[in-house]
Design a protein around this ligand. Structure first.
Ligand SMILES: C[S@@+](CC[C@H](N)C(=O)[O-])C[C@H]1O[C@@H](n2cnc3c(N)ncnc32)[C@H](O)[C@@H]1O
Length: 168
């Protein structure tokens, strides 16, 4: 088992597109693949360079070892073999429902008792209502409508060794 001594685990980080700091040392970045930096479209670059290459259905970490786990699995079944969509997000193949179900189980296994799981899903091809039953637990909260396209989600975590600058 790996012991990264970090508080945050991203089990399928891809190109880390939603990170403000792609080198945050408090995050253990994982993915099943590594893609060297290259230009996939004129002036569009991609790189997938996880700290750990692993499968989210069998994570190499101890139980309850992270405070925050991020799970943003592939969400497309239909995209071209050589498409940029597949390159960026991966593609769901075969019995993907069982894969996502096992992924949820593993995310919750490595999550601390008072930890938080952030799950992201895009309904472009598969509705969320078909995915949520694959989780052993009901979400606490989340976006309940797809109409508000201008909604922003931000996740904050106090940095390690932070100072309460506004408390003095
Ligand atoms: C939707 S993308 C993640 C995008 C990422 N959150 C970002 O900000 O760029 C899904 C990722 O899951 C990875 N993946 C697919 N199956 C996996 C598995 N069984 N274990 C770990 N990663 C997997 C893919 O390689 C892909 O990079």
């Amino acid at each position: 088992m790996k012991k990264p001594n970090k508080r945050v685990l991203d089990v399928c980080c891809g190109a880390k597109m939603f990170y403000f700091d792609k080198n945050n040392s408090d995050v253990e970045f994982c993915d099943i693949r590594q893609v060297p930096r290259h230009e996939f479209y004129p002036n569009r670059y991609i790189e997938i360079s996880p700290d750990t290459i692993c499968d989210f259905t069998a994570l190499p970490f101890d139980d309850k070892s992270f405070k925050l786990v991020i799970f943003d699995p592939p969400h497309l079944t239909k995209c071209g073999e050589n498409s940029w969509l597949k390159l960026k997000y991966g593609r769901l193949e075969g019995d993907w429902q069982t894969m996502i179900q096992k992924g949820f189980m593993e995310c919750f296994r490595v999550l601390d008792d008072d930890g938080i799981l952030i799950f992201k899903w895009s309904e472009i091809q598969i509705p969320l209502k078909d995915i949520l039953p694959l989780s052993p637990y009901t979400p606490l909260l989340g976006q309940r409508t797809g109409k508000q396209m201008n909604t922003h989600w931000m996740v904050f975590m106090k940095p390690k060794n932070h100072k309460n600058e506004k408390s003095e």
